[in-house]
Design a binder for this molecule. Structure first.
Ligand code: SF4
Length: 263
C-alpha cells in the first residue's frame, strides 16, 4: 500500500483545471474501473452528473443516501433518473429509522450539536458502511456554490472513506450548469422550481429568497452555524494534510507515474 496525500495531488489538480467534465469522468472510469462510483443527493448538479454518466455510457453506479426523511420529490427524481437514463442507482440507508432514532436519542436536529450527530448517523455512516468497496467517489460539488465549496479541489482525498474524491463539475458555473440542463432537458428535482436552491432532508430544508445565499435554506432554524452535513470531507476542515492508503500501483496511476492513460 502507498500513502496518497492531498499535497501530492496538487500537480494533478493543476492539470485538471484545463479538463472538461467528460474528460475527468473518462479518466476516473479508465483508472478505477469497477472501483469507482458516483454519489448524488438528487439535486440539479447531481442530475447533470447522472446525465453525463448515462450520456457517455460510463457504466458507473450512483450512490444515493436516503436518510428516511427525504422529500417525496427527491425520491421521485431518483426513480426517474434510474428508469429513464438506465442508471444503476444504489440507495444507502441509516441503521435506524428516524422514529427509532428519535425514540432512542430524542429530536436531534433542533440544536447544533444534535444536528451534527443526526447528520453523521443518517448521512455519513451509511456512506462509510461501503468503505473498501470503492477507491474513488465522484461528486457534484461546484465552486459556484460558494462558501467552503468556492475552493473545492477537483481531486481530493477522503481519509474516512479511504478513497479519492473527484469533483468533475467543480469549475462548472451556474450559467453553464443551467445551459446544460436546458440543452439536454435533464431531469431535475422539481423542488428547485419552488425556491429550494439546495435540497436535503425535509426536516432541515426550506426554500430561499432570491437575495439569500444558496445554502440559507439549510438548517435555517439553527442560524448560520450549520452549513454542511459532513458527507463531503472538503466541506469541513482544511484537507491539505489528509491522506489515504491505496495500492501502490493505483497511486502511481493516479499520479500519472505508470500509466499509458494520461490526459
Ligand atoms: S439534515 Fe437534519 S434531519 Fe437530515 S440528517 Fe441532518 S440533522 Fe438529521
Amino acid at each position: 500500500m502507498a500513502r496518497l496525500s492531498q499535497a501530492r495531488l496538487a500537480p494533478l489538480n493543476k492539470t485538471f483545471e484545463e479538463r472538461t467534465p467528460e474528460e475527468l469522468l473518462r479518466w476516473a472510469k479508465e483508472l478505477f474501473g469497477d472501483r469507482v462510483a458516483a454519489i448524488s443527493a438528487m439535486q440539479q448538479a447531481g442530475s447533470v452528473l447522472c446525465h453525463m454518466i448515462a450520456r457517455y455510457k460510463l457504466d458507473i453506479p450512483v450512490l444515493f443516501v436516503d436518510t428516511g426523511v427525504m422529500f417525496q420529490e427527491t425520491l421521485d427524481t431518483r426513480d426517474r433518473l434510474a428508469s429513464e437514463y438506465g442508471l444503476n442507482i444504489v440507495t444507502l440507508q441509516p441503521e435506524l429509522t428516524m422514529t427509532q432514532q428519535t425514540e432512542k436519542y430524542g429530536v436531534l436536529y433542533l440544536d447544533v450539536e444534535g444536528q451534527k450527530r443526526c447528520c453523521h448517523m443518517r448521512k455519513v455512516e451509511p456512506l462509510l458502511a461501503i468503505t473498501g468497496k470503492y477507491d474513488a467517489l465522484i461528486g457534484s460539488l461546484r465552486r459556484s456554490d460558494g462558501g467552503k465549496r468556492g475552493e473545492c479541489p477537483i481531486v481530493a482525498v477522503d481519509p474516512e472513506l479511504n478513497a479519492v474524491r473527484l469533483n468533475p463539475l467543480a469549475m462548472v458555473d451556474d450559467d453553464a450548469l443551467n445551459g446544460y440542463i436546458a440543452e439536454h432537458k435533464v431531469i431535475v428535482n422539481p423542488l428547485h422550481a419552488q425556491g429550494y436552491s439546495t435540497i436535503s432532508c425535509n426536516r432541515c430544508t426550506t426554500p430561499v429568497l432570491p437575495n439569500e445565499p444558496k445554502r440559507a435554506g439549510r438548517w435555517r432554524h439553527l442560524g448560520p452555524w450549520s452549513m454542511y452535513c459532513g458527507i463531503n470531507p472538503t466541506d469541513l476542515d482544511d484537507a491539505t494534510s489528509q491522506a489515504v492508503e491505496l495500492p501502490q500501483e493505483l497511486v502511481d496511476r493516479v499520479l500519472g507515474q505508470k500509466t499509458d492513460f494520461a490526459i
